[in-house]
Write a protein that binds this ligand. Structure first.
Ligand SMILES: NC(=O)c1ccc[n+]([C@@H]2O[C@H](COP(=O)([O-])OP(=O)(O)OC[C@H]3O[C@@H](n4cnc5c(N)ncnc54)[C@H](O)[C@@H]3O)[C@@H](O)[C@H]2O)c1
Length: 279
């Protein structure tokens, strides 16, 4: 989708992080917006911020893990704006716990948002996108849809599932008006670690606060604004696969060249004392 000016984008998870910056950057390029999130106050802030660009903005309180709420969002977005051409399924959460100890309630919670939220978004909007001359679906996976790390198994499972779903959708829609992109960000500085459910990190003595600080200060090297701009460039170039950040490119290459070694290295957890010294 080369031209974004005058188009309408529906974005989930737009109250914070990458979703908010996608809204801001798309609005600056003249794209009208239907923004959705479960966090009403954050969503209002995003809507106020982007409406300064002079585009039409509608805000929708939506829990993406509820199928009927996502279908209602699609109907309202289309009736408010007269159509939607770009759908970005961005809402997502994290969960730190081993696969042995995680409860089914927590596993279903993260699957409901990260995987089913994407499926509901695609299926609810597809009939509307089909009616447009040109449309685009963007689903957020992660580098953890490419390789895995301990104590994030549920998150990895959701992001591998998003990748499988999205790559198949891309194949099935190849002869239609709809292009499909799967996004794999590396570490992006957002609230994702603080917003998630936390029980046990790979180094079990680390607290939630320490893990969040390590993520923000050490691992997340790319800003949410830069991530949004990379995703938008990928949409403009109709890229089926969008890697975000230098770390994402590096992990992707390592996984292809040394799949077993990368899995072994990623299972290694540095000692707690060394990790704390990085804070
Ligand atoms: N930050 C990173 O390093 C990183 C890396 C790889 C992938 N991602 C993915 O990028 C996407 C955006 O994450 P972010 O980093 O901006 O995180 P964030 O926490 O800043 O934003 C996520 C947004 O999703 C919303 N959300 C959570 N549950 C919801 C629900 N049930 N219904 C609707 N909205 C809900 C939150 O309220 C929040 O506004 C996620 O899918 C995440 O998995 C992030």
């Amino acid at each position: 989708m080369k031209e974004l000016k005058g188009r309408v984008a529906a974005i989930t998870g737009a109250a914070s992080g990458i979703g908010r910056m996608l809204a801001k950057n798309l609005a600056e390029q003249g794209c009208h917006l239907a923004v959705a999130d479960i966090d009403e106050a954050g969503l209002r802030e995003t809507a106020d911020m982007v409406s300064r660009s002079g585009v039409r903005v509608s805000a929708h309180t939506v829990d993406v893990s509820r199928q009927y709420q996502v279908y209602r969002f699609a109907e309202k977005a289309v009736s408010t704006h007269g159509g939607v051409q770009l759908l970005i399924n961005n809402a997502g959460v994290t969960l730190s716990e081993t696969l042995e100890d995680v409860t089914f309630d927590d596993f279903e919670w993260i699957m409901g948002i990260n995987f089913w939220g994407v499926v509901y978004g695609c299926k609810a909007f597809l009939p509307h996108l089909r009616k447009e001359p040109e449309a685009h679906i963007v689903n957020l996976s992660s580098v953890f849809g490419i390789f895995t790390v301990p104590n994030n198994g549920t998150y990895c499972a959701t992001k591998f599932a998003v990748r499988g779903f999205t790559e198949t959708l891309c194949q099935e829609l190849r002869h239609t008006n709809i292009r499909v992109s799967c996004v794999h960000p590396g570490g992006i500085r957002t609230n994702i670690a603080r917003n998630g459910r936390f029980y046990k990190a790979a180094e079990p003595s680390l607290t939630r606060e320490e893990v969040s600080a390590l993520f923000e200060n050490v691992l997340a090297r790319t800003s949410a604004d830069k991530a949004a701009r990379t995703i938008i460039e990928g949409i403009r170039k109709n890229r089926p696969r969008i890697m975000v950040g230098p770390d994402a490119h590096a992990y992707d290459m390592l996984k292809r060249l040394f799949p077993v070694t990368l899995q072994r290295l990623a299972a290694f957890t540095p000692p707690a004392r060394w990790l704390r010294s990085r804070l």
